[in-house]
Design a protein around this ligand. Structure first.
Ligand code: NAP
Length: 248
C-alpha cells in the first residue's frame, strides 16, 4: 500500500480550475480519489480534467451565487473529503475600504465557504471520518500592505475551520487549515504586478527555501485527507519555506 492512498474516497475540490486547486486535483487523482472538480471557468476546469488519468465529475459554479451553490450541493454524493481552494486576492488601501470591497473579498473568501461547508453537513453529504481542508494564508498572522480585507477574511476562515473541528468530532470528522506563504499561481502573478524586480528579489530573500510551488501545498492537502493524519484536527499548518523563522 502507498504511504498516502485515497482509493474509494469521494473528494470535492473548489478552485479546481487553477493554481493550488488544479495541482491538488492532479495529485489526488494519482492517489486514486474519486474527484468532483468545481470552479467558475468551464474551459479551465476541462484543462484540469485533461491532466488527470481518471474521469472526474466537473461542476461549473460561482460559489457566491446561491442557486449555483445549491445545485452543486444537490449533485454531490456523500463525501470523504472537502478541499476549499477557491479564493481571490484583492489588495486595497485600508483607508479607502467600502461596503462593496468588503462584500467582494468576504463573499468568496469567507461567506461562500461557510455556507457551502455548513450546507454539506446539514444535508448529510458528509461521511463519517470526512476531512475538511481550508486554505488560509500566512498573511492572517503576518499582514502585508493593502491586505486588510483578505487577511481578515482568512482569519475568519481559520476560526470557522477550528469550530467545525470541535462541533463534528463525534463522527470523527476532521477540519484543518493550511496557511501558505507565496506560492507560484495566478495570485502570485497578481502580487508581482504590484512589485518592481528589485522588490521581488528582496522579497524572495525572505524565503530561505524560495517561493512555494502548488505541489508543496497539494502534498499537505493529500496528507490531511488521508488516514495518515487521522489524529490531526483543528490545526493551522504553516507552509512558508521558512519565511517566518526569524519572527519566532
Ligand atoms: N498563491 C498564493 O501565494 C497563496 C498564498 C496563500 C493562500 N492562497 C490561497 O490559496 C487558494 C487558492 O489560490 P491560488 O493561488 O491557487 O489562486 P488561483 O490560481 O487564482 O485560483 C483561485 C481559484 O478560485 C476560484 N474562484 C475564485 N472565485 C470564485 C467564485 N466566486 N466561485 C467559485 N470559484 C472561484 C477560481 O476559479 P475560476 O478560475 O474558475 O474563476 C480558481 O480556480 C486561495 O484561497 C488563496 O487565497 C494562495
Amino acid at each position: 500500500m502507498d504511504f498516502l492512498e485515497l482509493k474509494n474516497k469521494n473528494i470535492i475540490i473548489t478552485g479546481a480550475s487553477s493554481g493550488i486547486g488544479r495541482e491538488t486535483a492532479i495529485l489526488l487523482d494519482d492517489l486514486g480519489a474519486d474527484l468532483i472538480l468545481t470552479g467558475r471557468n468551464l474551459e479551465k476546469l476541462e484543462e484540469t480534467k485533461a491532466q488527470l488519468k481518471r474521469e472526474p465529475n466537473i461542476f461549473q459554479a460561482d460559489l457566491t451565487i446561491e442557486e449555483e451553490r445549491t445545485a452543486l450541493i444537490a449533485s454531490l454524493p456523500k463525501l470523504e473529503g472537502v478541499v476549499n481552494a477557491a479564493g481571490i486576492i484583492y489588495p486595497f488601501p485600508l483607508k479607502f475600504i467600502t461596503e462593496k470591497h468588503i462584500k467582494t473579498v468576504f463573499d468568496i473568501n469567507f461567506k461562500a465557504q461557510a455556507l457551502l461547508n455548513s450546507a454539506l453537513l446539514k444535508q448529510k453529504k458528509i461521511a463519517e471520518g470526512c476531512s475538511f481542508v481550508f486554505i488560509s494564508s500566512i498573511s492572517s498572522q503576518f499582514p502585508y500592505q493593502g491586505g486588510a480585507l483578505y487577511t481578515s477574511a482568512k482569519a475568519a476562515l481559520e476560526a470557522y475551520a477550528r469550530t467545525l473541528a470541535l462541533e463534528h468530532s463525534a463522527k470523527k470528522v476532521r477540519s484543518n487549515c493550511i496557511s501558505p506563504g507565496l506560492v507560484k499561481t495566478n495570485i502570485f502573478e497578481e502580487t508581482l504586478k504590484a512589485s518592481s524586480a528589485e522588490e521581488l528579489e528582496k522579497y524572495e530573500k525572505n524565503y530561505p527555501l524560495g517561493f512555494g510551488e502548488p505541489i508543496d501545498v497539494a502534498n499537505t492537502i493529500a496528507f490531511l485527507l488521508s488516514n495518515r493524519s487521522r489524529w490531526v484536527t483543528g490545526q493551522n499548518i504553516v507552509l512558508d519555506g521558512g519565511l517566518t523563522l526569524g519572527s519566532k
